[in-house]
Every structure is written in structure tokens, then in C-alpha cells.
Design a protein around this ligand. Structure first.
Ligand SMILES: [Zn+2]
Length: 453
């Protein structure tokens, strides 16, 4: 079954395929800026990309997928945080990189095969800028910075379809007096002692010492770790313009070939119906939600409850629902026989995932199976669906599993039902309901689910 995914550049759903002769699928996902904890909106993108990575591995084999995700460890925000805290840049970015890894592990995201940093790839970026200058796609500004000349790349704007007028409004705030055209963007920023503190490197030939602009790092790291043409480039929709538009311009002008064969963008996360902000009190990191008593796995589940290409409204109620759904899945898994059963039961789940990553449809199909009485389910087939969604049922909070006293009542009721003592079975069901548990009967056993409050 092939994986089909919406392509943001070609504006249609297309099949993914590896293009290199070695058969390895090359997948790049723009990573975080490591200056603060990532918020759950950031994690929506990383969780969605993790499902994509898992599907690719299931489809092609684990050794036929190369996944690269960068860490932006030098820019205005990281330098600003380093000055604010009074610690060297490397110390700040290490602290937040470690926190990011910890959160990703709690959310059960697979580690990318390569996780390059911007500061670890300065020569590669300088080299790319020099090539762009030699080819006439970039120029030195009077202050020693280097800008990309968007007029030199006729395809500029193909991804975002941004009109020239909008482009000028969007970009005009930045250093307009140094540029030939307000739409041009910085490849290299000349050192400014008042802004940059200790942070500077020797620049491209003919330019001043300074630091790379943000966009060039992805182009340079992709070229080094994945090659000139990659099979899939992804990120949050907020990166589509200008970041991804600029990546295309830099890479295609430098390398003279197609940069990414497929582009995919996931949509924004809303919280309580509006954009997240600290001032509105609806800004959450993973740590904030764990402190409220939710499990990271419920956060992952809740982030998969909406279609990735639509805005998702995240609420604490959706986390309650996620905890309850995970408890049901865990209870269901416990009833599955180790062998036997029909491995084909989960076809609808994979059809949904492989058709433009429809995670809510996959979860819906999964619960159809869970709630269908008399189905004989293959445990390995169920585990394969859990792998694809990245749901680690062993990591589900213990408090959502039924306590021993509840399980004992349920066992008694199951025995009464099998003995056709329906009066006793009904009485025991009432006891379970009063204790806040619902018992779901199937042909070969039962599962327990906490009642929604
Ligand atoms: Zn990027």
C-alpha cells in the first residue's frame, strides 16, 4: 500500500517514493530553535512527522528511510536568551536541546537519524553563500552582510504563491536600507557587537565576519546529509513563507537541480479556540500539562485527534478524552490472544493513515474494531497500528488502568454472565458503574473503561 500525501507545492495529493538508486527515502523536517521549551503547537508538527516517519518505515523498511531534523542553535532568539541569562550561547542551546530530547522521548517520537546543528555547519553555509555570490544570486551589502537577490530566481514565490506586493510588505521591516530590493533576504549577517556579543565566525569571501542568516542552515545541512535532491521536506505551515520559499531559492540556485520532490505542511494548533499566547493563559509546554496530571501519551493522542492539514483545537477536555481512549486501548490489548485472530482487521486504519495522513479517521476505525463484539483480533496486527501511531500503551498513566478491586468485580460479573446468572451480572454492572467504570463485553472477554466525568 503506497503512502499518499498532500504536496504543498503541486497542490495535490501525490504518492511518496524514493528517487535515489540506493532506494533510501530522504526525509527532512525543520527542527526547533533551542532557546526555550517547545510548546505543544511545536509538538503537533513533530508528532505528525513522527507518524509519517513510522509509516515510511513500515512501507519501505527501517533501513530504507533517512530522516534528518535540524536544531537551530544560532539566531536572534538564541543569542537574546544567552544574553538574558548571562551564559554562553553553547550552554543555553545545550540546556534546551536536552529538554527538547526529553520531551520528544516522553511523546514517543523516534530520534532522527541525523540531527545537525547550525553552529556545527558554518563552513558548509559559508561555502554555499560563496557559490551563490559567484553565480550572481547573492550580493554583498555595504555593511558586509550578504543578501539573496530574489530577482535572480524567477520561480521565487512558487510555493507560497505570495504576490510581489505582499512580499514587500512582509520583508520590508528588516534592514531595508542595506538591500537592493526589499524582498531580498539575508544569507549572512555582518557582526554587530551590540547585538551579537561573542558570537561571530569568519564570513564568506568578500563579506564581513558575522553569522549565517537562518534560512541558509537548512539548505546547507540538507545538501551535506541528504544530497541535492530530497524526497520529502516538511514543517509547520508557519515555515512555508518565507523560510521554505527561501530554502528552495538558495538550494536550486546553488545546486542547479530540484531541491525537494514533495513538500508537506501541517496546520496550526489552537488552544481553547484561539492562538496560544502566554498573556491569554492558554500557552502550554509538555511540562505544564504533565504538571496538571496528564500523561505525555495522552498529549500525543490528543495531537492526533485532528486532521494534520486542518487547524486543531486543543482543550483540557480533549486530553481527558485521550486518557480515557488510551485506557480502553490498553484494556483491549490485554484481552488479545498472543496467537490466532485475523491480521486483516486493521486495513481501514492503514488506509486512512496512508491516504494523506488522516489520523482522526484511523483512530475512529480503531475504535470501531475495539467496540465490535465477536471480532477475533491478531495481537501483532494491533501492535502494528500502535507502532504506526506511536502510541506506547505501557506508558499510559497507571491511574487510568482499573484498580484490582474493580477488576475483581468485573471478573465476578463475567463469570456470572457466562453462568447465565443475569440478575447477579446486572447487579455487579451497577456496582461497577457506581464506582465509575464501564465494562465492555466481547465474545472472548471484556475491557474496562473509566466513565467520562
Ligand atoms: Zn528549515
Amino acid at each position: 500500500m503506497a503512502i499518499k500525501l498532500f504536496d504543498s507545492l503541486k497542490r495535490e495529493i501525490r504518492e511518496l517514493s524514493p528517487s535515489h538508486p540506493d532506494g533510501v527515502f530522504r526525509f527532512y523536517n525543520c527542527g526547533p530553535t533551542v532557546y526555550a521549551p517547545a510548546h505543544i503547537g511545536n509538538f503537533r508538527t513533530f508528532v505528525i512527522n513522527d507518524v509519517l516517519r513510522r509509516l515510511l518505515e513500515l512501507e519501505l523498511g527501517p533501513d530504507r528511510v533517512k530522516h534528518v531534523r535540524n536544531l537551530t542553535d544560532v539566531d536572534d532568539r538564541t543569542i537574546g536568551q544567552s544574553k538574558k541569562e548571562g551564559h554562553p550561547l553553547g550552554q543555553i542551546t545545550k540546556k534546551w536541546t536536552d529538554k527538547f530530547h526529553e520531551d520528544c522521548a516522553a511523546l514517543n517520537c523516534l530520534r532522527p537519524h541525523v540531527e545537525p546543528t547550525a553552529t556545527g555547519h558554518i563552513p558548509e553555509q559559508v561555502n554555499m553563500i560563496e557559490v551563490l555570490m559567484q553565480k550572481g544570486n547573492a550580493y554583498r551589502a555595504p555593511d558586509g552582510s550578504v543578501y539573496f537577490k530574489i530577482a535572480s530566481f524567477p520561480d521565487y514565490g512558487a510555493l507560497s504563491r505570495i504576490k510581489e506586493r505582499e512580499l514587500k510588505v512582509t520583508n520590508s521591516a528588516f534592514d531595508a536600507d542595506h538591500k537592493d530590493d526589499v524582498g531580498d533576504f539575508a544569507l549572512w549577517k555582518a557582526y554587530k557587537p551590540e547585538d551579537d556579543g561573542e558570537v561571530q565566525w569568519p564570513g564568506p569571501q568578500g563579506a564581513s565576519a558575522g553569522r549565517p542568516g537562518w534560512h541558509i542552515e537548512c539548505s546547507a545541512m540538507i545538501k551535506k546529509h541528504l544530497g541535492e535532491t530530497i524526497d520529502l521536506h516538511t514543517g509547520g505551515v508557519d515555515l512555508l513563507f518565507p523560510h521554505h520559499e527561501n530554502e528552495i531559492a538558495q538550494s536550486q540556485c546553488c545546486n542547479g537541480t530540484t531541491f525537494a520532490r514533495h513538500w508537506y505542511h501541517s496546520e496550526h494548533l489552537l488552544v481553547d479556540g484561539t492562538t496560544m499566547s502566554k498573556s491569554k493563559g492558554n500557552y502550554y509546554t509538555l511540562g505544564d500539562l504533565v504538571a496538571k496530571g496528564y500523561s505525555p501519551m495522552a498529549v500525543r493522542y490528543a495531537l492526533l485527534m485532528g486532521h494534520p492539514r486542518k487547524q486543531l483545537n486543543f482543550t483540557l477536555d480533549s486530553l481527558h478524552a485521550a486518557e480515557s481512549a488510551l485506557a480502553s486501548l490498553r484494556a483491549f490489548r490485554a484481552t488479545l490472544p498472543a496467537t490466532g485472530g485475523d491480521p486483516g482487521v486493521f486495513a481501514a486504519e492503514f488506509e486512512a493513515l496512508n491516504n494523506d495522513l488522516n489520523t482522526p479517521a484511523a483512530l475512529g476505525a480503531l475504535f470501531t474494531v475495539v467496540n465490535t463484539k465477536g471480532l477475533v483480533v491478531h495481537a501483532a496486527a494491533f501492535d502494528r497500528v500502535m507502532f504506526a501511531l506511536g502510541l506506547d500503551l505501557n506508558a499510559v498513566a497507571a491511574k487510568t488502568a482499573a484498580p484490582a478491586a474493580i477488576t475483581a468485580l468485573a471478573d465476578q460479573r463475567w463469570a456470572a454472565k457466562k453462568a447465565k446468572d443475569f440478575t447477579a451480572a446486572d447487579a455487579l454492572r451497577k456496582e461497577l458503574t457506581a464506582a465509575g467504570w464501564s465494562m465492555l463485553d466481547r465474545k472472548d472477554g471484556y475491557s474496562l473503561e473509566p466513565l467520562k466525568k
